[in-house]
Ligand binder design. Structure first.
Ligand code: HEM
Length: 182
């Protein structure tokens, strides 16, 4: 997993728990990299899970909730860092439908070593999108946070129902239902 993702996780933790606390947590966590990340480096996704667990132990916030919050944080980071992807999109569904065939394709060109999930999407009427997320990594709550972040960018409200996919243990189905905006 890219170093820039780790650096953002540490930024989020510092913003919430303070730099000293984060340094202390990094010192005591068992990390192969010893917490010395660079944006161009690549690190095991297991380290991300270790960090999330350590921040959860410190804060009492459940690991899945921390992953979800980190999804929001990363979406804000993506809009600043990769604004070009958002220029021709007009809604959260536009973004979500473009991840597999456009956004992550460009990401892979920039970073051939990136470990990216795969997505399939299907519109159900005008108000619902079914998005199936598939990844060998345990990051479905992070994915949910990214989806929520997309909705926030376009000021859209929706309910998101996550469910398992029969016979596909690496997949999670998100049914996103827009709420009527009045
Ligand atoms: C401009 C928008 C986006 C950019 C630039 C982007 C870029 C990236 C990058 C660089 C990674 C890390 C790959 C690695 O560390 O090896 C990543 C991973 C990921 N992306 Fe995106 N992404 C974008 C939008 C989205 C959206 C909207 C979603 C969710 C619906 C999403 C879902 C994920 C997930 C869940 C991962 C973690 C890897 C995994 O689950 O296997 N991305 N993305």
């Amino acid at each position: 997993m890219k170093g820039s993702i780790f650096l953002e996780l540490l930024e989020m933790a510092e913003a919430n728990f303070g730099e000293e606390t984060v340094d202390r947590i990094l010192d005591s966590a068992e990390l192969e990299s010893r917490g010395a990340y660079t944006s161009v480096g690549t690190y095991s996704c297991k380290e991300l899970v270790t960090l999330v667990t350590a921040f959860s132990d410190h804060s009492g916030i459940a690991p899945n909730e921390l992953q979800r919050l980190f999804g929001h944080w990363m979406m804000t980071f993506f809009t600043k860092r990769y604004g070009v992807f958002f220029e021709d999109k007009h809604s959260a569904f536009d973004i979500l439908e473009a991840i597999e065939g456009e956004i992550h394709v460009e990401v892979r060109k920039l970073y051939p070593e990136a470990e990216l999930p795969s997505f399939s999407t299907q519109r159900i009427g005008g108000e619902q999108l079914e998005l199936v997320y598939t990844s060998p990594r345990p990051l479905a709550p992070f994915c949910k946070g990214l989806i929520e972040g997309c909705l926030e960018i376009y000021d859209q409200k929706a309910s998101i129902a996550a469910s398992a996919v029969p016979d596909a243990p690496q997949s999670t189905k998100f049914l996103i239902s827009l709420e009527n905006q009045t």
